[in-house]
Design a protein around this ligand. Structure first.
Ligand SMILES: [Zn+2]
Length: 314
């Protein structure tokens, strides 16, 4: 492992720009063990935004994304279950995704979601993905996918009706600049659809540092509905829908990560084998959390506002 100083650096608040963090808790990379030591989750005293500091220095991300990183795999039972859930999402969102709309996905990994949109009947789909192997897998499926990041990939402004970000925003170094670029890529009235963890959820409170939504240091930001709405409003969007996921995925993962943190390897293996039944068993609890809008995984639809926002100066 490289020296820590070359991999991690302290950062200011990505929402308001202040450098006034209040420590909340230490987080370790319980899932993949890539961190040399725990990093701090903080809350900005000025605006309430929660974020990690220090964070991976730009360009060092590959040190923190192992080759078996979950979104890049697609062979397990969980992956099949995820595909079924994604297919439901596509049916649910079809009024926004149907042709002739042009759909762009940022961080499309192996192209699972774009493939489902295409199979449902809209071939006008494009992806951007920074991981070369994942992007190549997506292209092997016949999808148009550029290898690169949102920042450095040339895309035509105003040319998309829908931009999809599936568990992506929390990974980005500069979420404000990313949403500003997405607003510029959308036609007037176009929508961004974002899936992301909810830091104000029951699961985040119950599992504390073992909550899967933290996933440090890959997740740099911990959004809540309030901080996400503020950032979207300041980057030219109006939130038109906020849906809370109802399945028990994060509860099963939370138990596994608690066992791993406690060093109980046999229990962890047992829980891993029981992952799918545990997800099903936890679903009533997850559905209750969703009913009171405290789910740990949310989907937000934001429409590009007709009037441009007042420039933030950042
Ligand atoms: Zn702040």
């Amino acid at each position: 492992m490289l020296a820590e100083a070359t991999l991690l650096e302290p950062v200011p608040c990505a929402l308001c720009g202040a450098d006034d963090p209040q420590p909340l808790r230490w987080l370790d990379d319980l899932r993949y063990g890539t961190l040399p030591h725990p990093v701090q989750l903080v809350v900005c005293r000025r605006c309430g935004f929660r974020y990690l500091t220090p964070q991976p220095r730009p360009g060092t991300e590959s040190a923190f994304y192992p080759s078996d990183y979950d979104p890049y795999r697609r062979t397990t039972l969980t992956a099949r279950a995820r595909r079924l859930l994604l297919a439901r999402e596509v049916r649910d969102l079809w009024p926004l995704l149907a042709p002739p709309r042009r759909v762009l996905e940022i961080g499309c990994a192996t192209g699972e979601l774009l493939d489902l949109v295409r199979r449902a009947g809209n071939p006008r789909v494009t992806g951007v993905e920074p991981d070369p192997a994942a992007a190549a897998t997506a292209r092997a499926r016949g999808l148009v996918v550029r290898t690169g990041s949102l920042e450095d990939t040339p895309l035509v402004p105003g040319s998309y009706d829908v931009v999809l970000l599936q568990h992506v925003l929390e990974h980005l170094e500069r979420p404000r600049q990313a949403l500003e670029r997405i607003a510029a890529l959308l036609r007037p009235g176009g929508v961004a659809i974002l899936w992301l963890p909810n830091g104000a959820s029951w699961a985040a409170a119950v599992f504390s540092d073992a909550w899967m939504g933290y996933d440090p240091p890959r997740h740099r930001s911990v959004f809540t509905p309030a901080t996400l709405r503020r950032l979207l409003a300041e980057t030219g969007f109006v939130v038109v829908d906020e849906r809370h996921e109802w399945h028990g995925l994060e509860w099963s993962w939370g138990l596994r990560l608690l066992a791993r943190k406690a060093g109980k390897r046999r229990l962890e293996r047992l829980l891993a084998r029981a992952h799918f039944p545990l997800v099903v068993a936890a679903t009533p609890l997850a559905a209750l959390a969703a009913a009171v809008r405290r789910s740990g995984r949310i989907r937000v639809i934001a429409r590009k506002a007709a009037d441009p926002p007042v420039p933030s100066g950042r």
